[in-house]
Ligand binder design. Structure first.
Ligand code: PMP
Length: 443
């Protein structure tokens, strides 16, 4: 038997099926919107193609040249492939990895979850999506602070109602329990993220504890009334990237009674710079973790088996992990510090710049207070989009306005996210004088 070869080539045009799909898409599909960050990425690509040096601080990703994965993880990955770890993993993840995650959580957060409370998934997103899917019915209410990452997309894909609560620079854009309390009575789910994308804010211990107590209090009332519980989706994908003076906490560590209501999402995407390796874990009540496993089995959103095997071995190596986490913090912080110092100089010289000191994650919140000012080519900067686009054109300084993170234009007040995962210290140093010139030439 020889391999079959087709006798002719059927060529499919670019617009094949577009008209039919317009009529055929589900209501959910029609409600989905494209990523505004990708639009910015296209503009940056055009500039780069014209040979302009751009400080690309828009992507929430790492450039592997600046932030390679741990060398040991690379070796372990190759070994796992060599050893033939290339078939389906068990639906809940390799037992070896779930055990390693269990010990890792115990070591780093003082929490001993049963193995059945830990599900291995393909990165951070499947935990977030399946929590929305499994705990919230269409039209039920989800409360999210803004700015925050991706919740408006889960609103569309899961067809839930979203109540956004605006947070300001005084708390590094993190919510307080008192701010959210009045919105929770009807809610099924509250989503928190610390260290936070986009602000870089790390929630203080007292606040995490206050959320834990609020969860217990609200759920005691609901149980007495026979109502559905309020859950907390706790996204700690940047858990290990926190700077001195700050620390990451789980509400379950501080208020163990809230454990039945908390679903944690974590993984190797940020802490190990492994965004493309697609390995994450959810931990929480076993009844929920088991449902997540069941749902994702139908989607096939397992983490690749060689990545699971390698991650298990790295997590189990406590010394290697501790050394890596320190190194990762050092690399991120060196970039954020240069940026912060540069912005501080601009501010000290009276230029309209403000920022929040780095706390965690790979982000800095920056405010360019230039609305109403006139550019060298005579244009008045009105919207945040005007400001973003002017910064990119005049200073090749690429940032993402908070409107991409659920903040309404009129509330945004010129705040933007700057991400340092894809830039070198040198690139930041070179970008700062460009930024100064652009700010100085505004009328
Ligand atoms: N949570 C937050 C806050 C994030 O910023 C991201 C990635 N940008 C994720 C989750 C998702 O991570 P992953 O790429 O592993 O799906």
């Amino acid at each position: 038997m020889s391999v079959q070869t087709p006798s002719r080539l059927v060529s499919i045009p670019e617009d094949c099926g577009a008209e039919a799909a317009d009529r055929g898409f589900s209501t959910m599909a029609k409600s989905m919107v494209g990523s505004s960050i990708l639009v910015i990425a296209n503009e940056i690509r055009d500039l780069l193609a014209r040979g302009v040096e751009v400080a690309n601080m828009t992507v929430g990703d790492f450039d592997p040249c600046e932030f390679p994965i741990p060398e040991r993880l690379r070796e372990l990955l190759l070994e796992a492939v060599e050893e033939g770890d290339t078939n389906y993993p068990p639906p809940a993840g390799l037992t070896e990895l779930r055990q390693a995650v269990r010990r890792h959580i115990a070591r780093t957060q003082g929490l001993d979850y049963p193995l059945d409370g830990i599900a291995i998934v393909s990165g951070g997103r499947p935990s977030l999506y399946s929590t929305y899917r499994l705990l919230v019915d269409p039209d039920d209410l989800v409360v999210v602070p803004v700015p925050s990452w991706n919740n408006h997309n889960y609103r569309d894909t899961c067809r839930v109602r979203l109540r956004v609560v605006h947070c300001g620079p005084e708390t590094a854009f993190q919510p307080t329990a008192e701010l959210l309390r009045p919105h929770l009575a009807e809610a099924r789910l509250l989503v928190l993220n610390t260290p936070q994308n986009p602000s870089g804010g790390v929630m203080a211990r007292e606040e995490v504890e206050a959320f834990g107590r609020l969860l217990v209090e609200e759920n005691e009332r609901r149980r007495a009334d026979g109502d559905k519980p309020l859950y907390l989706l706790y996204d700690q994908i940047y858990r290990s990237i926190v700077f001195s003076g700050h620390r990451h906490w789980s509400p379950v560590t501080l208020v163990p009674e809230c454990a039945p209501y908390v679903i944690h999402s974590d993984g190797i995407s940020k802490g190990l710079a492994g965004t493309g390796l697609r390995c994450g874990w959810l931990f929480g009540p076993p009844a929920i973790a088991r449902k997540v496993v069941a749902l994702l089995t139908h989607v096939g959103a397992w983490a690749p088996k060689p990545v699971q095997a390698a991650t298990a071995r790295l997590l189990a190596d406590e010394q290697a992990m501790a050394a890596w986490e320190e190194e990762m913090i050092r690399r991120v912080q060196s970039r954020l510090d240069v940026l912060r110092d540069g912005l501080a100089e601009l501010r000290a010289d009276g230029l309209p710049v403000d920022f929040i000191d780095p706390q965690g994650a790979i982000y800095l919140s920056v405010r360019f207070g230039v609305a109403g000012r006139r550019t060298a080519d005579g244009r008045v900067l009105r919207t945040n989009e005007d400001i973003r686009s002017w910064l990119l054109r005049r200073a090749a300084f690429a940032v993402v306005p908070f409107s991409a993170f659920g903040v309404e234009e009129e509330r945004e007040d010129c705040w933007s996210r700057v991400s340092v995962g894809a830039v070198s210290v040198e690139q930041i140093r070179r970008a700062l004088p460009r930024l100064r010139r652009a700010l100085e030439e505004l009328a």
